[in-house]
Design a protein around this ligand. Structure first.
Ligand SMILES: Nc1nc2c(c(=O)[nH]1)N[C@H]1C(S)=C(S)[C@@H](COP(=O)(O)OP(=O)(O)OC[C@H]3O[C@@H](n4cnc5c(=O)[nH]c(N)nc54)[C@H](O)[C@@H]3O)O[C@H]1N2
Ligand SMILES: Nc1nc2c(c(=O)[nH]1)N[C@H]1C(S)=C(S)[C@@H](COP(=O)(O)OP(=O)(O)OC[C@H]3O[C@@H](n4cnc5c(=O)[nH]c(N)nc54)[C@H](O)[C@@H]3O)O[C@H]1N2
Ligand code: SF4
Ligand SMILES: [Mo]
Length: 742
C-alpha cells in the first residue's frame, strides 16, 4: 500500500475507563489513521470498546482547549502561559495571605486517576496550599469502599477484586461491567471473561433494580429496592451464621471480630429483611448457601452499593461475606492485587501498620468528617456560600465537572460565581470551567507518558505497562505535572517564575531524605537522568515488590525493562496476600470495626420503612463517560440516550407515553425527560443516565450542545450523604413523575 510508507505503529494505555486496555495506534506523521486493540498487550490482549477508538476524536476535537483562557469583561480570551501564572500569583496569593490556607479549595475529578502527571503532583499542590478544603469525585463514587477497606485491612486502597479467570460463582451487586468495563476492578473484556467462566460451568448472579446488560449475560438476576442492599447483605450474613455455613479456613487465625458480627446481625433474618429489600427470604437463603458451598466464589459490589446512604456498610458487608465463606484471599475468590509501584499495602513493614483514621478535622458548615484527607464534595457549595472564618473564596478545579457530576449542581453553579477567584485545569470550556477566571489547558492523553499508578492496584491480574508520549505538545504547553507544580510554587510564595525542574528535584530529594536517609545520595545519582513523574515511577518500581532494587535483585524489573517489553510485563495471577498485605494495628483483618458496628443502628431503625412509590437511579452507556465525552462525534452519534427508562406498569399508572415527555420532580426541583418504556426496570424504579445537561450558557462544546440531554443531578439532594464516608447518595431518590403535554 503506497500510502502506508509514512505510517508507523505506536501503543498507548487507554485513559478513558478503568479497564486500561492497551491500544494500538496507526499514525501518518502526526495524524492518527486508526486505533485498535493491541493484540500483544499482556493484560488486555487486543480488547477495545468504542470509547478507546474515540481518543482520535478527543485529540482532534477543535473545542479541546490548547491555550490558557482568561475571562475579561465576561469573555474568555487566549493568553500566554507566563501571563496566566502571573495572574494566578496576583490574585490567589492575597486571598490566602488575608484569609488563610482554608480559603482556597481544591477539587479534583475522575480523569485525574488516568493521568499520572496529575496523580503524582496533586499531593504536592495540596501540601503547598495547606488547605483542609480538599474535594474530589471520590465522594461521588467509591469513598465507602475505600473506608471499609481501610478499616478492615489497614490501607485505603486495599480493595479485593474478583479473580474472575479462576472463579465459578460471582455475586454482583450494583455494578454493570458489561457497560462500565469494571470499576475498582480493572478487568478488560468482562464479556469474554464472563463467557469463559460460564463455559466452565460457573454461574453469575446479578442484583440490580434494572435488568442491566450484565444481568442479561448472567444466569440469574434479582431486582432489589434501590438503596436497600444493606438489608439483603445483612440477611445473607445472618443466614451464614444461622445455617452454620461460616468457614473462614486459612483466614481464621488472621481475623478479629467474627463473634461480634454474628451477634450484630442476629435480628436481620432473611424473613425480616425480605420486604425491605424486595427479595424473598428463600431466595436470600439459597444465595447464601450457594455462595458458601461454591469452591471458588466472590461477591462484588460497586457504584449502586456505594452511592447510597448505607454505602460504607454495604461495602463492608460485601467483604464480610467473602471472609465468612472462605473466599477472601483465596484463588478464584476476592483477591488482592499486588501492584508493581505506589501501593501503600506494599510499603512499610508487612503484616501490620498504623491503620487508618478519619475525622482528623470536620467541614466547617455541616461538620462532615474528613475521610482520606478529603471533605464531601456535596459540602463545597455551602463552604463557599457561608460567611465566616475559613470560608472558601478561591478554588482550583482540576479535571472535574461537579456542576454536572454532583447533586444539586444549580446551587454549586451559583456558588462558584460568588468566588473571588477560580482557576481550572481542564481540556474544555464546560459547565464548571465556565465559572473560572482562568482556564489552563490540560494535555491530550496522547501528548503524555503514562503509567497506571491507580488501576494496577485493582487489576484482576498483576502487570506493569508504560506508555511513551505519542504526539508532540502544541503551543509550548507544559505537561500537567508542571502546571500543578508551578501552582504549588506560587502557593508557597516561591514565585511564578521559579525553575520548575529544580523545584521538582528539591521536593523529590526532600522526600528521599525522609524515607531513605542512608541511601538518598546514591538513589538520587541513579535517578539523575529522570525528572517529573518518570523519576517517581522509576523509584517506586525499582524499590517495589517486583523491583530490581537498583541492581541488588538483577532479575527484578525497572522502567527500562517495562518499556522494552512489547505490550508490558505480565506479573502473573493474583496470589494470596494475607497476612503480608495487612496494615491494621492488630495485624488482623478487622471484621467488626467499631464505627461500622455502631452504624448498624441505622438499618435496624429503618428495617420497617415503607418504599416510596417511585424512585430514580442512574445508568451508564458504552458510548459515554460521565459528563465529558459527549463532544466526541464517534461516541455522540446514534440514538438519543438520555432517556428515562420506566416500567410499563408505571407508564400506565402515571399516564405517561413511550417516547413522550415527562416532568420528573424531587421536592421543588424538576427536569423534563423523554420516556422510554422498558421491561428491564423494576416497577417503581426509573433509570436516567448522569452527566448530561449541556444546554447551559457559555460552554464551548459544539457537538454536545446539539443534543444536550438533561441533568439527573438537578434532582438529587446535596444534603444526602453516607455519614461515615461522606459519599453522596445518588441512588433511590424519591421522585414524582407526570406527563408533559405537547
Ligand atoms: N461507558 C462508561 N463506562 C464507565 C463510565 C461511564 O460513564 N461510561 N464511568 C466510569 C466510572 S467513573 C465508574 S465509577 C464506573 C462505574 O461502574 P459500575 O459500578 O459498573 O456502574 P454502572 O454502570 O453505573 O452500574 C451501576 C448499576 O447499579 C444499579 N443500581 C442503581 N442503584 C442501585 C442500588 O441501590 N442497588 C443495586 N444493587 N444496584 C443499583 C444500576 O441500575 C446500574 O446497573 O464506570 C466507569 N466506566
Ligand atoms: N447521578 C449520578 N451522578 C454521578 C454518578 C452517577 O452514577 N450518578 N457517577 C459519579 C462518578 S462515579 C464519578 S467518578 C463522577 C465524575 O465526576 P467528575 O470527575 O467531576 O466528572 P467528569 O464528567 O469525569 O469530568 C471530568 C472533567 O475533566 C476534564 N478532563 C477530561 N480529561 C482531562 C484531562 O486529561 N486533563 C484535564 N486537566 N482535564 C480533563 C473534563 O473536561 C471534565 O471537565 O461523577 C459522579 N456523578
Ligand atoms: S474498555 Fe474502552 S474505554 Fe475502557 S480502557 Fe478499554 S478501550 Fe478504553
Ligand atoms: Mo466514578
Amino acid at each position: 500500500m503506497p500510502n502506508d510508507i509514512n505510517t508507523h505503529i505506536v501503543h498507548r494505555i487507554c485513559p478513558l475507563c478503568e479497564a486500561c486496555c492497551g491500544l494500538e495506534l496507526k499514525l501518518d506523521g502526526n495524524q492518527i489513521v486508526n486505533i485498535r486493540g493491541h493484540e500483544a498487550d499482556v493484560f488486555s490482549h487486543g480488547y477495545i470498546c468504542p470509547k478507546g477508538a474515540s481518543l482520535k476524536d478527543l485529540h482532534n476535537d477543535p473545542d479541546r482547549l490548547r491555550a490558557p483562557l482568561l475571562k475579561r469583561d465576561g469573555k474568555f480570551v487566549e493568553i500566554g502561559w507566563d501571563e496566566a501564572f502571573a495572574e494566578i500569583e496576583r490574585r490567589l496569593l492575597p486571598i490566602v495571605a488575608q484569609h488563610g490556607g482554608d480559603a482556597a479549595a481544591l477539587v479534583i475529578g475522575n480523569p485525574a486517576a488516568h493521568k499520572v502527571g496529575l496523580m503524582t503532583y496533586f499531593p504536592r499542590l495540596a501540601k503547598a496550599l495547606g488547605s483542609r478544603n480538599i474535594f474530589s469525585a471520590s465522594t461521588l463514587d467509591q469513598m465507602p469502599k475505600q473506608l471499609s477497606a481501610g478499616l478492615m485491612f489497614g490501607t485505603w486502597l486495599s480493595v479485593a477484586v474478583p479473580d474472575i479467570e479462576r472463579s465459578d460463582f460471582l455475586l454482583i451487586l450494583g455494578a454493570n461491567p458489561m457497560v462500565s468495563n469494571g470499576s475498582l476492578w480493572t478487568v478488560p473484556d468482562f464479556r469474554g471473561k464472563a463467557k469463559a467462566m460460564r463455559a466452565r460451568g460457573g454461574r453469575i448472579v446479578v442484583v440490580d433494580p434494572r435488568r442491566s446488560e450484565t444481568a442479561a449475560v448472567a444466569d440469574e438476576h434479582h431486582f432489589i429496592r434501590p438503596g436497600a442492599d444493606v438489608f439483603l447483605l445483612l440477611g445473607l450474613v445472618q443466614t451464614l451464621f444461622d445455617e452454620k455455613l461460616v468457614r473462614l479456613g486459612r483466614l481464621a487465625e488472621h481475623t478479629n471480630g467474627v463473634d461480634q458480627v454474628a451477634a450484630a446481625v442476629q435480628e436481620f433474618t432473611p424473613e425480616r429483611v425480605a420486604a425491605r429489600c424486595g427479595i424473598a427470604a428463600p431466595t436470600i437463603r439459597a444465595l447464601a448457601r450457594e455462595l458458601a458451598q461454591a469452591r471458588h466464589a466472590a461477591v462484588y459490589g460497586r457504584i449502586g452499593t456505594c452511592t447510597q446512604e448505607y454505602g460504607t456498610l454495604c461495602s463492608w458487608l460485601v467483604d464480610v461475606l467473602n471472609v465468612l465463606t472462605g473466599h477472601l484471599d483465596a484463588e478464584g475468590g476476592a483477591m488482592f492485587p499486588k501492584a508493581a509501584a505506589f501501593a501503600a499495602n506494599t510499603l512499610g513493614k508487612p503484616g501490620s501498620g498504623r491503620g487508618i483514621v478519619t475525622a482528623r478535622h470536620k467541614s466547617r458548615v455541616s461538620g462532615a468528617p474528613e475521610v482520606m484527607g478529603e471533605l464531601p464534595i456535596t459540602c463545597l457549595a455551602e463552604e463557599i456560600e457561608t460567611p465566616g472564618q475559613g470560608q472558601v473564596r478561591a478554588l482550583i478545579s482540576i479535571a472535574g465537572n461537579p456542576v454536572l457530576s454532583a447533586p444539586n449542581g444549580e446551587r454549586l453553579s451559583a456558588a462558584l460565581d460568588m468566588l473571588d477567584f477560580m482557576v481550572s485545569i481542564d481540556i474544555y470550556l464546560n459547565e464548571t470551567t465556565r465559572h473560572a477566571d482562568l482556564i489552563l489547558p490540560g494535555s491530550s492523553p496522547l501528548e503524555d507518558s503514562h503509567y497506571d499508578i491507580v488501576f494496577q492496584q485493582f487489576s484482576h491480574r498483576n502487570h506493569a505497562r508504560y506508555s511513551d508520549p505519542i504526539l508532540p505538545r502544541v503551543n509550548g504547553n507544559p505537561p500537567e505535572w508542571q502546571i500543578l507544580l508551578r501552582l504549588a510554587a506560587i502557593a508557597q510564595g516561591r514565585g511564578a517564575q521559579l525553575d520548575i525542574e529544580a523545584f521538582d528535584t528539591e521536593l523529590f530529594t526532600a522526600d528521599l531524605r525522609r524515607s531513605a536517609p542512608a541511601q538518598a545520595d546514591a538513589l538520587l545519582g541513579a535517578l539523575a537522568h529522570l525528572t517529573g513523574p518518570e523519576r517517581q515511577i522509576e523509584f517506586s518500581i525499582r524499590t517495589g515488590p517486583y523491583g530490581d532494587m537498583f541492581g541488588q535483585k538483577p532479575d527484578g524489573i525497572n522502567l527500562g525493562k517495562i518499556k522494552a517489553a512489547q505490550g508490558g510485563i505480565d506479573l502473573g495471577p493474583m496470589q494470596a496476600r494475607i497476612p503480608e498485605l495487612l496494615r491494621t494495628p492488630s495485624g488482623k483483618i478487622e471484621l467488626a470495626p467499631p464505627m461500622l458496628m455502631d452504624d448498624l443502628k441505622r438499618p435496624a431503625a429503618a428495617l420497617k420503612e415503607a418504599a416510596p412509590e417511585l424512585v430514580i437511579v442512574g445508568r451508564r452507556h458504552v458510548r459515554s463517560g460521565n459528563s465529558w465525552m459527549h463532544n466526541l462525534p464517534t461516541l455522540a452519534k446514534g440514538p438519543y440516550r438520555c432517556t428515562a427508562l420506566v416500567h410499563s406498569s408505571d407508564v400506565q399508572r402515571l399516564g405517561l407515553h413511550d417516547g413522550g415527555m415527562a416532568q420528573v420532580a424531587s421536592g421543588a426541583r424538576s427536569i423534563e425527560v423523554r420516556v422510554e418504556t422498558s421491561e428491564e426496570m423494576m416497577p417503581g424504579v426509573v433509570s436516567l443516565p448522569h452527566g448530561w445537561g449541556h444546554d447551559l450558557s457559555g460552554i464551548r462544546m459544539a457537538v454536545a450542545a446539539e443534543r444536550p440531554g438533561v441533568n439527573l443531578n438537578v434532582l438529587l439532594d446535596d444534603a444526602l450523604r453516607d455519614p461515615l464516608s461522606g459519599n453522596a447518595v445518588l441512588s433511590g431518590i424519591a421522585i414524582e413523575m407526570r406527563p408533559v403535554q405537547g
